[in-house]
Design a protein around this ligand. Structure first.
Ligand SMILES: *Cc1c(COP(=O)(O)O)cnc(C)c1O
Length: 448
């Protein structure tokens, strides 16, 4: 009885998979936030390096992983695909549950897969400093690590409620040599505007993005880096799905259901996108996307153009959104508190290729605890959403069904959340229809 399916290092993919040329109908283009016309690449140059902008719009199916990026991947890749035999036994299920363990990276999540690539391309183009936002702190950690690998400086705007809930993330980010500020800050116009209205604001990812973009746009040799949502981020994450394909082949298995949690859609996209071509031919596995009921972007949001940030500085993206002014309740899965979603994932949901589901956090932590007590690893609260869904899918499925979920990160810096759960102090925030209508009212009116 095997647990781990390890891929030899020389089998690690040398290319990422770009789904854009395989989407039919094609993805709706990003629009200029002021003119509402399709955005030219030159508009993005103030905040992104050219190589990243080209990937964002590329029609090339396979994109070479640069040698220096591949070399840093080797510190922790290929990651194992693990059969959760003990979880299966505890559930009494005859389904087969596998998880792709991305928690074994230095930062403890899948996020270095894109952080390393983005830091590399910025370094190549002479950039000296990267700015970014972070929710729960995993992205800030990943980018701080990646910047250090390539000798770049790094400034992180961390959503204040997470900064306070998870002080150890800030310590880790500083230890990697980056600077980190609780957002809203008084360093940017976007931050100052929110503080003027509410000095105690807990912040949001949308606001922290505004601050990081403003910092990059107003400083020389500084660019901005986003950890999710955009096409190039999902592209870099496809290394996980490509490895899973090889590992399942080694195990002689065909997947029936792929499961991932969705914040901005990058770990989910990375897992499922390499399976899209089969799916376009009516074959291939089911795709299940999981989100919190407190921030139900795919299950309750509208599919329309919206801003990526609160200050309405980013391009307009066609995506499922709760409105860029939506402040989600401070649940512990901070990485899933984003008002929008990757345009690629939203497109697949709209095309009926993805089944979205949402859960309350107490149910999610119950699943996390069962996983911890059977498989031994402590999952991040975000990851636990995928675990909860994988368990439910196993319960609903026929014997022999092969379920693969993406284990996006560990929860060793989220112990405060586990403490709250153990003590019965976790709230199941419901989301209000009225808040949604108010936030959606802030979306631009565009008829495409
Ligand atoms: C950031 C994060 C997520 C959510 O982000 P996606 O872009 O949707 O993947 C999920 N799990 C972990 C552990 C994270 O750090």
């Amino acid at each position: 009885m095997d647990y781990r399916i390890n891929l030899p290092e020389q089998e690690m993919p040398k290319q990422w998979y770009n789904v854009l040329p395989d989407l039919n109908p094609p993805l709706a283009p990003p629009l200029d936030p002021v003119t509402h016309q399709p955005l030219g690449p030159e508009k993005l140059q103030a905040i992104f390096p050219m190589a990243v902008i080209e990937q964002e719009m590329s029609s090339q199916r396979w994109i070479e992983i640069p040698e220096p990026v591949w070399d840093i991947y080797r510190l922790f890749r290929p990651t194992p695909l693990v059969r959760a035999h003990r979880l299966e036994a505890a559930l009494g299920t005859k389904a087969k549950i596998y998880y792709k363990n991305e928690s074994l990276s230095p930062a403890g999540s899948h996020k270095p897969n894109t952080a390393i690539a983005q830091a590399y391309y910025n370094k190549q183009e002479g950039v000296q400093r990267l700015t970014t936002e972070t929710g729960a702190g995993q992205w800030g950690t990943a980018l701080s690590f990646a910047c250090k690998m390539f000798g770049l400086e790094c400034t992180v705007y961390m959503v204040r409620c997470s900064y306070e809930q998870k002080p150890y993330r800030g310590i880790l980010i500083r230890s990697y040599g980056a600077e980190v500020f609780p957002s809203p800050t008084d360093k940017t116009n976007a931050g100052r505007a929110v503080l003027a209205e509410n000095p105690n604001s807990g912040g949001s990812l949308g606001l922290a993005i505004s601050e990081a973009v403003e910092d990059a746009a107003t400083h020389d040799n500084t660019k901005y880096s986003l950890g999710s949502v955009l096409n190039h981020v999902l592209l870099h994450q496809t290394i996980t799905g490509l490895e899973v394909q090889k590992q399942l082949a080694l195990a002689g298995e065909k997947p029936d259901v792929l499961v991932g949690c969705v914040g901005g859609g990058s770990n989910f996209g990375g897992l499922v996108l390499p399976f899209v071509p089969e799916k376009m031919h009516g074959k291939g596995p089911r795709f299940v996307a999981v989100e919190p009921k407190a921030c139900p972007t795919l299950t309750k949001g509208e599919f329309r153009y919206d801003y990526g940030d609160m200050a309405k500085m980013t391009p307009l993206l066609k995506m499922h959104t709760l409105g860029s002014g939506y402040f989600p309740p401070p649940i512990h899965a901070g990485g899933l508190r984003y008002h929008g979603d990757a345009p690629i994932v939203s497109h697949l949901v709209d095309q009926g290729m993805v089944e979205p589901r949402s859960y309350y956090q107490n149910d999610v932590f119950e699943a996390a605890k069962l996983f911890l007590q059977t498989e031994g690893f402590l999952p991040a609260p975000e990851t636990s959403h995928a675990i909860k869904a994988a368990i439910d899918v196993a319960r609903e499925s026929d014997p022999g069904t092969v379920i693969v979920f993406l284990y996006s990160g560990h929860g060793l810096l989220d112990l405060g959340a586990y403490d709250a759960y153990n003590q019965g102090n976790l709230k199941d925030d419901t989301f209000s229809e009225c808040d949604l209508q108010n936030a959606l009212a802030t979306c631009p009116k565009i008829n495409i």
